[in-house]
Ligand binder design. Sequence first.
Ligand code: ATP
Ligand code: MG
Length: 230
Amino acid sequence: GVPISRGAIRIESLGFGYDPARPVLHGVDVDIPAGSFTGIVGHTGSGKSTLLSLLLRFYTAQQGRITVDGQPLASVPDAAFRDAVGLVPQEPFLLSASVRENIAMGRPGISNEAVEDAARSARAHDFILALPQGYDTKLGEGGARVSTGQKQLLAMARALAGAPRILFLDEATSNVDSETEARIGAALAALHGRVTVIAIAHRLSTIRAADQILVLNHGHLQERGTHEAL
Ligand code: ATP
Ligand code: MG
C-alpha cells in the first residue's frame, strides 16, 4: 500500500449488508474523479450513511470493490488513510474546551494561523469572531451554545485543519438555518479541484455545486447527474 496522493475513488458493483443475508446496498457503481464534488441524496434508510461507512473503512463490503488512486481501499496503510481523509459527522462531537482547541483537536503542533485558515475555509471564521471570546470561547458542557449547523462548520474546520485529500460530510438532518446551510455549501464548493468531496445532503442547496449527485433508493443507485439534470 502507498499513501493517497490524488484521492480518486472507484466503486464497483458494491454490495453490503450489516447482516449479510439482508443487503442494504446493491451493485453500486460510481466513479469519483480526484478533486471532484459528489453529493449523495435519498430517502431515510436508503443507504447513504452505509455507503459513507464503507468508504471510511468502518465496514467491509461483501461484494464488489472500492479503489482509491487505483489501489484497493483496504490496502492503504492506516496512518496514510488517516492523513488523507477528513470527516464531518452528522452529529459532531465538541470538547469542553475553546473553539481553538476544538479545531486543533488531535494536532498538538498546529499554529493559530493554521487553525484560523481552516476556520476561514470552513466559512466559520465570522461566526467564531462574533462569539464572546472569539477563538478562546469555551464550548461543550457549560460553554457557549452553538447551533447544529455551526457545530458542523466547526467540525469542517477541524477536518480541514488536517489538509485532507478526501473530505466526507454527513449533513445534519435538522435545525440548520439557511445562512449556515449556504456556508456549508460554499465551503464545499470552494474545495473544488483540491479536495475530493463526498457529501450526504438533506437539502439540495448544500450540493448545488456538485459535479455529480447520486440518488440512492433502497440501496440501489437509482440516478446519477448534476443538480440541473435531476
Ligand atoms: P438517513 O437519511 O436516515 O440517515 P441513510 O440513507 O443514511 O438514512 P443508512 O443509515 O445507511 O441510511 O441505513 C440503510 C439501512 O441499513 C437501513 O435499513 C438501516 O436500518 C440499516 N442500518 C443502518 N445502520 C445499521 C447498523 N449499524 N446495523 C444494522 N443495520 C443498520
Ligand atoms: Mg444517514
